[in-house]
Design a protein around this ligand. Sequence first.
Ligand SMILES: [Zn+2]
Length: 110
Amino acid sequence: MICEKCGYDLRGLPQRGGCPECGNSYDKDNFAGIAKPDNIYRKSETIAFWLKIMALVFGGIVIMGCSGVLSFFAKTPEKPLITGGVICGMMILIAIAMILLKHLEEKEQD
Ligand SMILES: [Zn+2]
């Protein structure tokens, strides 16, 4: 049982009143101002989503960096650069596509 606005733990507090953290008024009887379990689920889903995006972008940058280093040692410096660039570009494109799809989904829900 946590505050809808700030996530403050409302257990042990009066049946209704204001959140001590942010002042959001809540009522435990009808769950007003209290985060519902699916809200919490959606929040963790959103965090997981952004972690995936960050992993994709960060992975792309790391691959690009590695291919940059490799190009110093390779006989044909273009090869690792092109390969790394293509992989990096694809990963960032996938990340952008995922963000766009998420926005479309959220628009449909509203
Ligand atoms: Zn609060």
